[in-house]
Design a protein around this ligand. Sequence first.
Ligand SMILES: [Zn+2]
Ligand SMILES: [Zn+2]
Length: 133
Amino acid sequence: MARAVVALDPGLPYSERPGLKGRPMPLTITDRARLRSLTHHTRHHAEQLLSEVDAPMRVTSTRRTPLRNRQVGGSPTSYHLRGRAVDFAGDRTTLVRAAGLAWALRLGPGCTGPEEVLLERLGQPGQHLHVAW
Ligand SMILES: [Zn+2]
Ligand SMILES: [Zn+2]
């Protein structure tokens, strides 16, 4: 199920924007640009998750070039290389809740859900949620 995504002032962090549960979460210009590099299916999952989590969460990594993937120490078979993985940054509580939502959410009857849901470096600098669809 595709959801409309509305662009608001890109300077506003998610915490200050209206993100009522079940409504589209407005995305910054940077987030939108990053999400455009994904496959259509993965982008819709990422947008759905950002909408449903209803808390501040930023998109920090999407599709990577092989060079970029090596620079960040990514797996040589990473879903990021195929535009199918997204990293989200946020506070610990938000990321843990988003991980549960990522497992549960579906786009429609034919959707089998995520391939990977990983809470990485939780409680440490650079903590993030990695999801591949
Ligand atoms: Zn799906
Ligand atoms: Zn990742």
